[in-house]
Design a protein around this ligand. Sequence first.
Ligand SMILES: C[S@@+](CC[C@H](N)C(=O)[O-])C[C@H]1O[C@@H](n2cnc3c(N)ncnc32)[C@H](O)[C@@H]1O
Length: 276
Amino acid sequence: MRIAPALVLALLAAAPALASDKPVNAGPYVPSPQSVVADMLKLAEVGPKDFVIDLGSGDGRIVLTAAKVFGARGFGVEIQDHLVRLSNEAAQREGLADRVRFIAQDLFKTDISQATVLTMYLLPHTVNLLKDKLLAELRPGTRVLSHDYPLAGWIPEQYVQMDLEDKVAISGVTTTLIYLYVVPAKVAGSWNAKVAANVAKGPVRLDFRQQLTRVSGSARIGGKELPLEDVRLKGGQLSFRLPGRGGQFSGTVRNQAIEGVVEAGGVKSPWSAVLK
Ligand SMILES: C[S@@+](CC[C@H](N)C(=O)[O-])C[C@H]1O[C@@H](n2cnc3c(N)ncnc32)[C@H](O)[C@@H]1O
């Protein structure tokens, strides 16, 4: 049988698209021990205002526990249909179906923007494949919990290490890690700031450089460039100090604006900035 060259080319061109329709297997079904589930949710201080999304939800235990014990809402996504069915049945049985649901869906194609807490227990390389998605879709301040595997280059807000006998059957060792990250606001760029006259006379420009949660910066005041000290960013909460002048700034970053309080010479006053 002869195949026309044009048809061969068309088939070759379609191949990557066809292949990419198959979900990436982000890990086999291995449930987190129930004690780890409780520790993860406690570490993130999950409460009734939270919306928890578990990527690769297995039998649904993380989202079910978040609802039952901590009063949260949420959903889980899972590619194995029978696990989704089991999870939804458990939600019905435990009277939680009005607050949680489980969807048969590829986690890489799931809209996660609703999460205030995102959990995952996935293969190490998968966790890192998700990094850009987490930063693009999650709002600043969203807590991200990863069981056992870290997000490379992203400094955790907290991490907990413990030994659990249950883990030997899963990973061959007792070591168990839980990483808690907080999605940082985007502050990189130049900002025009307004401050009280006791802090600086005239316009102030703030320049921030950012790599995930690591931020450094400088202030341009009256033609002088001053490096900012002790710059910290947790979610949308930004703080830094102006050298010499003793101005301690704190503020909340929202969209392309910052509003907060600066304390200089024992006097507190409001300050604000907008991205240029
Ligand atoms: C290690 S288990 C974790 C289960 C649960 N999150 C827990 O901690 O108990 C990983 C789960 O991810 C699911 N999974 C793997 N790849 C997936 C994908 N592309 N989309 C959705 N689920 C996926 C697997 O079927 C498996 O149930």
